[in-house]
Design a protein around this ligand. Structure first.
Ligand code: UD1
Ligand code: CA
Length: 485
């Protein structure tokens, strides 16, 4: 179906959302890496409207601030007192008029608390509306439990007559399972007029936008309700139980898309992905894994189990297991974990390895280099083909400022080393076990810093006589003497 470019999309987001019981305005609650409002705006953006206006009111500073980075091109209109959805639309129309915009052509209206909405559904709505030449087309849906929603009332011939809010509906009307989704396509000029004619003569004493349909019909205009194919999409979120349901449904939708695109998701029930996550073909996502923000995974990678990656890039054929990573990158064929922690600025090079109980921050590990065990790498540049011994610390902080450490290509550092930054280990250099590297090591040198070992003979026999250690030592000494013979 073809649809024109709408003159405007208006999104209502001024309500308090009392049932969320939250300091945060309802529409800012998040699911799958975006606010509810952000999801609605992403769907609206697919219509490529000439302008988008969000009506803000309750928590308007927070919502406006959020929009600045989440949807920079979007305008706002203020509704100071929340006098109903019709009043909110009137505020948007008046704000546009104040900017010299007289609406004509198609205007789409949606609510900020329906995060499962898709651009395809809005496009179909606009196309159906324009094809029929309606004054307003209401998107409706048949739902298993219509409780709380506005009901679509139809005449004996099945034609649309009005929307009646739950609070205002009689028993017969409440039995209707076709509900108002809260998404509408309007003729812009008729909308601008009808919002000045809404009454407050109803259960809530508010201006309902839903009354616009019956008023326009009374004026002799064509009005209709188009039934959505998938009622799941139009579910509104009014409390945190519904938020969790919506999150589960959206997650299922995102995982289904990944699987259809060639990704193996071993356990969709315990795998969570955000809306902007990308995963390449033949990658495997193991159970209890969360891929967040703008995480992008290449092809043939193996992620999880029990891994949380946020805003992290993983290359083809890499393996990341039991790992937490944020703003990090793992290049092609690299191995991370089990039990690694990659912090912002960690970059694991091609075929490199970051192993168990290793934390990396603001540091690069060069191609094929290995940091296999029990190590903190902070503020460092590790070259290619390097091996870092177990249990080492890149001592980047002197209590006042942070400094960097450089490890040259093909260096081999011993276990239990401390690299006291700023310091440089040259290419091809070695360090002994237990070295505290306080000054630069020249290329090809061996650095040792621990003093020579001193053994105080017979200390246990003198100081711990009769102990198990004493007896074990005496037995060893006796058998050692025998062996000597
Ligand atoms: C509304 C509809 C109902 C529909 C349902 C779909 C009306 C009168 N009722 O009911 O027919 O079935 O949505 O989910 O429209 N808002 C404002 N300013 C206000 C009041 C609300 O901006 O003064 C915003 C809210 O922030 C919210 C949206 O409008 O995003 C809907 O408001 P809400 O109170 O949730 O309406 P419902 O009772 O769910
Ligand atoms: Ca609602």
């Amino acid at each position: 179906m073809s649809a024109s470019r709408p003159a405007a999309v208006i999104v209502l987001a001024a309500g308090e959302g009392t049932r969320m019981k939250s300091r945060l305005p309802k529409v800012l609650h998040e699911l799958c890496g975006r606010s509810m409002l952000g999801h609605v705006l992403a769907a609206a953006a697919e219509l490529d409207p000439e302008r988008t206006v969000v009506v803000v009111g309750h928590g308007r500073d927070q919502v406006t601030e959020h929009l600045k980075h989440a949807a920079p091109g979007v305008g706002t209109a203020v509704q100071d007192v929340q006098n109903g959805t019709g009043h909110a639309v009137r505020m948007a129309v008046e704000a546009l008029r104040g900017q010299g915009v007289a609406l004509s052509g198609t205007v789409v209206l949606a609510y900020g608390d329906t995060p499962l909405l898709t651009g395809a559904t809005l496009t179909d709505l606009v196309a159906a509306h324009e094809r029929a030449g309606n004054a307003v087309t209401v998107l409706s849906a048949r739902v298993p439990d219509p409780d709380g929603y506005g009901r679509v009332v139809r005449g004996d011939d099945g034609g649309f007559t009005a929307i009646v809010e739950h609070a205002d509906a009689d028993a017969d009307q409440r039995a209707v399972d076709e509900i108002n989704s809260g998404m509408y396509a309007f003729d812009g000029a008729l909308l601008s007029d009808v919002v000045t004619r809404l009454s407050t003569d109803n259960a809530k004493g508010e201006e309902y936008i839903t009354d616009a349909a019956a008023i326009l019909r009374g004026d002799g205009h064509r009005v209709d309700a188009a039934v959505a194919r998938d009622w799941v999409e139009i579910q509104g979120v009014n409390d945190r139980v519904q938020l969790a349901e919506a999150r589960r449904l959206l997650n299922d939708r995102l995982l289904t898309r990944l699987m259809r695109d060639g990704v193996t998701v071993v356990d969709p029930a315990t795998t969570w992905v955000d809306a902007e996550v990308r995963v390449g073909r033949d990658s495997v996502v193991e159970p209890q894994t969360q891929l967040q923000g703008r995480t992008a995974i290449g092809e043939g990678a193996h992620i999880g189990p029990a891994t949380v990656l946020s805003d992290t890039v993983v290359g083809d054929d890499a393996t990341v297991s039991h790992t937490v990573a944020k703003e990090a990158s793992v290049e092609e064929g690299a191995t991370v974990g089990p039990y690694a922690y990659l912090r912002p600025g960690a970059s694991v090079g091609p075929k490199a390895k970051v192993g168990t109980y290793v934390e990396v921050k603001n540091a690069t590990v060069g191609e094929g280099s290995k940091v296999p065990h029990l190590t903190y790498v902070g503020d460092a540049d590790i070259g290619v083909g390097v091996n870092i011994g177990a249990s080492s610390v890149f001592v980047n902080y002197d209590g006042v400022s942070k400094s960097r450490t450089t490890i040259g290509d093909h260096a081999r550092t011993g276990s239990d080393n401390m690299f006291v930054a700023p310091v440089e280990v040259g290419p091809g250099a070695y360090t002994g076990a237990g070295t505290v590297v306080r000054s630069d090591v020249p290329p090809g040198a061996l650095a040792v810093s621990s003093g020579g070992q001193r053994n105080i003979e017979g200390w246990v026999m003198r100081k711990r006589p009769g102990s198990a250690a004493d007896e074990a030592a005496q037995r060893a000494n006796a058998s050692g003497r025998n062996n000597d013979q």
